[in-house]
Design a protein around this ligand. Structure first.
Ligand code: AKG
Length: 295
């Protein structure tokens, strides 16, 4: 554990091998497979695909979405994943033990999570170098937000595993250029910012990284989808004193912002305070949990 904490604070990221039971990951991939099957049945019935593509998880969604031309489905696929399985993963004791080492036992899961099917040879699912605070908004440079990147299949350089610039979180927030598409460019070139490190990871591993750590991922040159899931956590700090005003303002601004999506899950001393039912109810639109491929 000490090495993990040391690496995280020195590098801005850490790779924890065998952090989660493979059965936990499988319960989630089983659910995704059900969603893919529902999607295939629906598209087939509507005449948008010529066959159901009864092939494995690594490739099926790619074949279906390519034939049906579901361009934006390539970026992420989230709401259908809201389920007890996802909640159990977010509040998994093994993850909480690691997070406790990094940010203490009062933790909030932001509420946002991203299932990313990185498609073979797709430019659309390439992520240029960025800091997560550039997405969240500059205010969050005062906060500590940890992304937990969870491979649902093994990730390699060849299928577009995550890359980091070691130690870049220590150099502070870099403003973003205004952009019309989803992806972000920094206001200045960060090419000489530090050593670039690719982190290959297996199913069961997790990679944790800081909201100011520069990271990216390239093209998936393999034949299969690189399926990964990102969860986001931060220390719950409002109740703790002393705090500076910038941090307090940033936290309440961020809380409001996150309530627009899936609400936060509060966790105290390894106990989830927000129950699954209350988490699902906190969503302020009509997306239902465990739904069936509504792309
Ligand atoms: O999954 C990837 O390839 C990149 C994800 C990412 O950049 C993020 O979650 O901020």
């Amino acid at each position: 554990m000490k090495k993990l904490v040391f690496d995280y604070y020195r590098d801005g990221f850490t790779h924890v091998v065998g952090a989660l039971p493979k059965s936990t990951i499988k319960s989630l991939t089983d659910l995704i497979e059900v969603n893919i099957d529902n999607l295939a049945q629906r598209l087939h019935k509507d005449g948008k695909i010529s066959e159901l593509y009864p092939i494995d998880f690594g490739r099926r969604f790619f074949m279906i979405s390519s034939e049906a031309n579901l361009q934006n489905a390539f970026l992420r696929w989230d709401s259908e994943l809201v389920s007890k399985q996802l909640y159990n993963l977010i509040t998994h004791r093994k993850l909480l033990i690691i997070l406790d080492e990094l940010i203490g036992a009062n933790i909030v899961h932001n509420g946002d999570f991203h299932l990313r099917p990185k498609m073979p040879n797709s430019e659309l699912t390439v992520f240029p170098w960025h800091q997560d605070s550039q997405f969240y908004g500059e205010m969050t440079k005062f906060l500590h937000i940890i992304t937990v990147h969870i491979p649902l299949v093994d990730t390699y350089r060849t299928n577009g595993c995550l890359k980091f610039i070691r130690g870049s979180h220590l150099k502070g927030y870099v403003p973003r250029k205004e952009h019309t598409n989803l992806l972000i460019e920094s206001e200045f070139d960060i090419n000489n910012y530090g050593e670039e490190v690719s982190v290959e990871a297996s199913v069961g591993d997790v990679i944790l990284f800081h909201n100011l750590a520069f990271h990216s991922s390239g093209i998936n040159f393999s034949d299969n989808i690189r399926w990964t899931l990102d969860l986001r956590y931060r220390p719950r700090i409002l109740s703790q004193a002393p705090l500076n005003t910038e941090v307090m303002n940033a936290e309440s601004w961020f809380d409001k912002r996150m309530k627009k999506g899936w609400g936060p899950i509060e966790i105290r001393g390894f106990n989830p305070i927000t129950s699954f039912d209350n988490w699902v109810k906190s969503r302020n639109n009509d997306i239902l949990p465990g739904g069936a491929g509504k792309i």
